[in-house]
Ligand binder design. Sequence first.
Ligand code: APR
Length: 240
Amino acid sequence: MDFKHIVVLTGAGISAESGIPVFRSETGLWEEERVEDVCFPAALRKNPQKVHDFYNKLRSNLKDKKPNAAHLALTKLQVEGQKQGKKVTLVTQNVDDLHEKAGSTDIIHMHGELNSILCTSCFRRYPYFEDSSLNSVCKFCGKETLRPDIVFFEEMPYQLNKIGKALNECDLFLAIGTSGVVYPAAGFAQAARQVGACTVEFNLTPSAVRSSFTKAYYGKASETVPKFVDELLEGKLSFN
Ligand code: APR
């Protein structure tokens, strides 16, 4: 089948084989922190330095992490797909930089980025690679009101309009390494189905929204995704 507009949604599972822990696993929640202490607006109000320190650690941990075969396959899909007249919209829930390191472009980081900072006074967001603290100064307005550019629970994800438009226009939707429990991203497959797109899930096991997918591949993303991308680019995919 010849697909013209592909929307890809990635989650923590695509980066797991690069050594970045997923959020939800059988052994519990990530990084020995309670979500309430580092992932909610109330945590930022109550103990802002703890929140800065937590994301400083995650940002610093990114330095030696490398993209794996799944990230690289998505770059190939963007580059080679474009030569075939395919538009590929890459949306990630991940705050890491592995899609960038793999060479992908126009990445929509709907849950923010570790390598970015947000000013709560002037609301500018800009690239940031150092540790941040309560005393870090916004390069635009000069105020000491910077916070990690991470979308917390209870906050609005970024670029939902752009994502919604892409979902409305897509004929193929791929969800890679996401548990399907955090909305709105968990509802994207259903939205794509409603406009007649084929929807494909890549995971180790069925996600919470398995029923939204027309097809699924279970196994490591570093194995399933490159094979799928090659078959797609060679026009060998069949959805029967
Ligand atoms: N290959 C494919 N899938 C994998 C792999 C792998 N090698 N390893 C793990 N997975 C799958 C798991 O089975 C799980 O379904 O990746 C998924 C990871 O799920 P989560 O940890 O819940 O991550 P994600 O879906 O990205 O979380 C969504 O929740 O906490 C918030 O904002 C945070 O963006 C995050 C959002």
